[in-house]
Ligand binder design. Structure first.
Ligand code: ZN
Length: 273
């Protein structure tokens, strides 16, 4: 029996994707790092100057992180675009959407000196036009606001859904279901903004989830782009009863008749029947 695995022979992957680049990310990233977890942070490069701030309905003043802080804070995590100015994209022309995406991608690439491959839609709005612009601007995926509430990896990378929004009542239940699931390539991804952890007083709740997940041996912490790159490589694999061919440039991992099996890039293994 052949089962697809994540890198290093892990059966499952865990990830978080957090938006806006706010002050609470400092505490949030510390928490991720404490448990050796990985995150994707979706930033608006046009709102980083002068600690741009706004008042949340709870009264909390939400502050954005300035450039000099984001540079070191997110070391080891993925940076993705969340538009230049956190604009509401409904009704905007193609030129306006492209400008918001392209400028943000360019600024983030200059700031972080790495390629920015992901996009997360601001507010709860996404459309065919935005999808077209996301592709045109050279992004490899777009995360939308809708939850999947499932551990099945998404197949539409330009309408990527995280598993659950962190304020959803089912968060803790899903985390424990994930720990016991046997689903192939199971993925659990939490989406949110770290200021909610202050306003909803749920730092302990999220830390408990992180603690639980990180104590499991079969779960690999990954960024969104790490997962998507791996899933794309896995899609190209040729799997028959007698062999597996890895047609990608990444190492792929499988469980073959109960044994963990690693296949180098552009290589083939035979399977004993
Ligand atoms: Zn946002």
């Amino acid at each position: 029996m052949i089962k697809k695995l994540y890198p290093f022979g892990k059966a499952k992957a865990f990830s978080v994707t957090y938006d806006d680049g706010v002050l609470q990310d400092v505490r949030f990233v510390e928490l991720l790092n404490k448990y050796n977890l990985k995150g994707t942070f979706n930033l608006n490069s046009g709102l980083m100057e002068n600690e741009f701030e706004w008042v949340h309905e709870s009264g909390l003043v939400v502050k954005r992180l300035p450039k000099e802080k984001v540079l070191t804070l997110y070391n080891g995590h993925e940076i993705a675009s969340h538009t230049l100015t956190h604009i509401y994209l409904e009704g905007k022309s193609e030129a306006e959407v492209v400008y918001e995406l392209k400028e943000d991608k360019k600024n983030l690439e200059t700031l972080f000196q790495r390629e920015i491959k992901g996009f997360a839609a601001p507010f709860d709005y996404y459309s065919d036009l935005i999808e077209e612009c996301v592709r045109k601007c050279g992004f490899e995926y777009a995360r939308i606001s809708e939850e999947s509430l499932s551990f099945k990896p998404q197949t539409n990378y330009y309408r990527w859904k995280a598993t659950v929004f962190h304020l959803d009542d089912s968060l803790t239940k899903l985390a424990s279901d994930f720990i016991s699931t046997e689903e192939e390539l199971a993925l659990f991804q939490i989406v949110g903004h770290s200021y909610d952890l202050d306003t909803e007083n749920m730092w302990d709740k999220i830390e408990n989830v992180f603690k639980e997940i990180s104590s499991q041996d079969d779960i690999l912490p990954m960024t969104t782009i790490g997962i998507i790159d791996y899933l794309k490589a896995m899609e190209k694999a040729e799997i028959t009863h007698s062999h597996i061919v890895n047609h990608s440039k990444q190492t792929l991992w499988f469980s073959v008749n109960g044994a963990v099996c690693k296949i180098n890039p552009e290589s083939k293994i035979a399977i004993d029947e």
